[in-house]
Design a protein around this ligand. Structure first.
Ligand SMILES: Nc1nc2c(ncn2[C@@H]2O[C@H](COP(=O)(O)OP(=O)(O)OP(=O)(O)O)[C@@H](O)[C@H]2O)c(=O)[nH]1
Ligand SMILES: [Mg+2]
Ligand SMILES: [Zn+2]
Length: 351
C-alpha cells in the first residue's frame, strides 16, 4: 500500500467507501473525513491535507454531512462535492415537538455509552442507547465512570451487564490513563468510537485521557453533583493515541428514539424469546391463559419493570417514527407540487 492509502485506511476508509467512486472521480476528487461541522464549513481530514472546506449542499434530513462522514472533495478547488453512503448512522428525533431527525454521528464502529456511578445511572436510559447501537449494527460498550467516588461500584456493573447478553461493561476513573488500556481493542487505526451519555458523566474527560491531550474542555473539578453543566456544545472527532478516532458529543437531556424498531427488538430479545412460547400469537401478556411471559415473570426470570420499559419504548418509537414519516411524506408531496408548477410553467414557455 502507498503512504496515501495507509493514511486513508487509518482515517477509517475502506472498500465500502472506495466502491462508491467512479473512475472519473478518482482522477479529480479526494476523500476526506468530517471531523466537525460548523455553520460556515466542515473541518475535514484527508490523506494529505486537513482543514476547513465549504459546507456541503443538501436538502434532506439525513443527507446533511455529520461528524464521521466521508465526503468527496474536488482536488483543485477543495470544495466538497458529495457525501458517501454511510456504514452506520446514529440519529434521534429532535427534542420537543420538532419533527426532525438530528444526526449524532456516522461511520462509527463502537458506541461507548457513558454513565457514572451515581444518580445518573438509569437502566431505562441505557436500554435506549443500546437500541440505538443495535439498530445501527454497531458494538455497544457501557462505561461506568466515577468509580473512584463510590465504595462499591459492583451494583452498577451487575445492573448494566444484565441488560444484554455479552455486554462489555467497564468501570473506571475516566481521568486515569491506565483505564485507557481497556479500550485498546476498539481504538486502533481505522476504528471509530463515539461517546454518548448525559452531561457531566465524563465523556470529554475520556477523550482527553485517550488522546493524551487536553483539547476538550471539561467541567470544573469542583462540580460534584450528578448533573452536568453541558460543557461540550458541539460534536467533534479526535485522533486517539492508539491510532483510531473518538467522537465526543454534547450531553443529551433526552433520547427520543425513531426508526429503531429492530434495535429495540434486539435489546429486548429475552422478552420476544419468552413470548414465542405464549399460547396465543397475539398474546398481550396481561392475563391470557398460557402466557409464557407472565410465567417468566412469576419464575423470576424476567422483571416486571423490564417488560414495562419495553412497552413504553415500543410505543414511543412507533409514535416518533409515525410523526417523522408523516413529515417526510408531506415534504415529498410539496416537492412534487413545486415540480409540477415548474413543469407547467416550462410548458407555457414552450408555446
Ligand atoms: N472523580 C472523577 N471525576 C470525573 C470522572 N470522570 C469525569 N469526572 C469529572 O466530572 C466532570 C465532568 O466531566 P466532563 O468530561 O466535562 O463531562 P461530559 O460528559 O463531557 O459533560 P458534557 O460535556 O456536559 O456533556 C469533570 O470535572 C471531570 O473531571 C471520574 O471517573 N472520576
Ligand atoms: Mg463534554
Ligand atoms: Zn403472553
Amino acid at each position: 500500500m502507498t503512504d496515501n492509502s495507509n493514511r486513508l485506511a487509518a482515517l477509517g476508509w475502506s472498500n465500502h467507501f472506495a466502491a462508491q467512486l467512479d473512475a472519473d472521480e478518482l482522477q479529480t476528487h479526494v476523500p476526506a473525513r468530517v471531523l466537525a461541522v460548523h455553520r460556515n464549513g466542515l473541518d475535514v481530514a484527508g490523506a494529505d491535507f486537513e482543514g476547513r472546506v465549504a459546507p456541503l449542499p443538501s436538502d434532506g434530513d439525513e443527507d446533511r454531512a455529520t461528524v464521521g462522514d466521508f465526503v468527496l472533495i474536488e482536488r483543485e478547488m477543495r470544495r466538497p462535492r458529495r457525501l458517501l453512503s454511510r456504514k452506520s448512522l446514529f440519529k434521534r428525533k429532535a427534542a420537543g415537538a420538532d419533527r426532525r431527525v438530528q444526526l449524532i454521528a456516522a461511520n462509527v464502529d463502537t458506541l461507548l455509552i457513558v454513565t457514572s456511578c451515581n444518580r445518573d445511572f438509569n437502566v431505562a436510559r441505557l436500554e435506549r442507547y443500546l437500541a440505538l447501537a443495535r439498530e445501527a449494527e454497531v458494538t455497544p460498550l457501557v462505561v461506568l465512570t466515577k468509580a473512584d467516588l463510590v465504595d462499591d461500584p459492583s451494583v452498577y456493573i451487575t445492573a448494566a451487564a444484565r441488560l444484554m447478553p455479552g455486554l462489555f461493561v467497564a468501570c473506571l476513573d475516566a481521568r486515569d490513563p491506565e483505564a485507557a488500556a481497556r479500550f485498546a481493542p476498539w481504538c486502533g487505526p481505522g476504528q471509530t468510537v463515539a461517546l454518548v451519555g448525559s452531561s457531566g458523566v465524563g465523556k470529554s474527560t475520556l477523550v482527553n485521557t485517550l488522546t493524551g491531550e487536553g483539547r476538550q474542555a471539561v467541567a470544573g473539578i469542583r462540580e460534584d453533583d450528578a448533573h452536568g453543566r453541558h460543557t461540550t456544545t458541539g460534536r467533534s472527532m479526535h485522533r486517539l493515541a492508539a491510532g483510531g478516532f473518538m467522537i465526543d458529543t454534547p450531553g443529551m437531556r433526552e433520547l427520543q428514539l425513531a426508526d429503531v424498531e429492530a434495535g429495540i427488538e434486539d435489546v429486548f430479545a429475552d422478552i420476544s424469546d419468552a413470548a414465542a412460547a405464549c399460547r396465543f400469537t397475539d398474546c398481550r401478556h396481561e392475563n391470557e391463559p398460557g402466557c409464557a411471559v407472565r410465567a417468566a415473570i412469576e419464575a423470576g426470570a424476567l422483571g416486571e419493570d423490564r417488560l414495562r420499559r419495553f412497552r413504553k419504548l415500543v410505543a414511543e418509537e412507533a409514535r416518533n417514527s409515525a410523526s417523522l414519516r408523516e413529515r417526510r411524506a408531506r415534504e415529498r408531496g410539496f416537492g412534487r407540487m413545486v415540480k409540477s408548477i415548474v413543469k407547467a410553467k416550462d410548458t407555457r414557455w414552450d408555446r
